[in-house]
Design a protein around this ligand. Structure first.
Ligand code: MN3
Length: 206
């Protein structure tokens, strides 16, 4: 068995005008595919090639040191992008904010949805270099906003991501160039709060 690209749940141009089709195509077909290929090369012939990527990352200390960096970078890249595609929705279906239990949890923890949005945006803007911004559920089952460098996954820290934003330049440079803040502000229009809510329920019902 080997790792493969997950199917995108929409077309490349579905996220226009917030994320352009060309960026989506290159990001998915080239960048994500490369993480998958390099992950497959790293784990070829050993037991990890038959495990779920998220299980490998949660147990990263079990990975032999000779391939650990490759698994963190390319396995992280595979896992992070797989989640990223899932939490996006076509621009035509845009939802302003979440509802139900996840909204309550956000309001309880961050005071208001607006304050949550501001804090998440700051985490994304202030990440130096390449990385990700995340809304995670930590080991105490509390929400937390974090940012990680490179392709580091929160799963390696026992945190379960339920929302993520790719802030590598490859995610926005064609359309936004150096204007990371504009990309981040556009991204809020294409979040699948339904998916985020499902992921939140999964953690709470475990
Ligand atoms: Mn990326």
């Amino acid at each position: 068995m080997s790792f493969t690209l997950p199917k995108l749940p929409y077309e490349y141009d579905s996220l226009e005008p917030f994320i352009d089709a060309r960026t989506m195509q290159i990001h998915y077909e080239k960048h994500h595919q490369t993480y998958v290929d390099k992950l497959n090369a790293a784990v070829k012939g050993i037991k990890f090639e038959n495990m779920e990527i998220n299980e490998i990352l949660k147990n990263i200390d079990d990975v032999p040191s000779s391939i650990k960096t490759a698994v963190i970078n390319h396995g992280g890249g595979h896992s992070n992008h797989s989640l990223f595609w899932q939490i996006l929705i076509p621009a035509a279906e845009t939802q302003e904010k979440p509802e139900g239990i996840i909204l309550e949890a956000i309001e309880n923890h961050f005071e208001s949805f607006e304050k949550f949005k501001e804090q998440f945006t700051n985490a994304a803007i202030n990440r130096f270099g390449s990385g990700w911004a995340w809304l995670v559920v930590n080991q105490d089952l509390e929400l937390e906003i974090i940012s990680t460098a490179n392709q580091d996954s929160p799963l390696m820290d026992n945190k379960t991501p339920i929302l993520c934003l790719d802030i590598w330049e490859h995610a926005y440079y064609l359309k936004y160039q150096n204007k990371r803040a504009d990309y981040i502000s556009a991204w809020w229009n294409i979040i699948s709060w339904k998916k985020v809510s499902e992921l939140f329920d999964e953690v709470n019902n475990k």
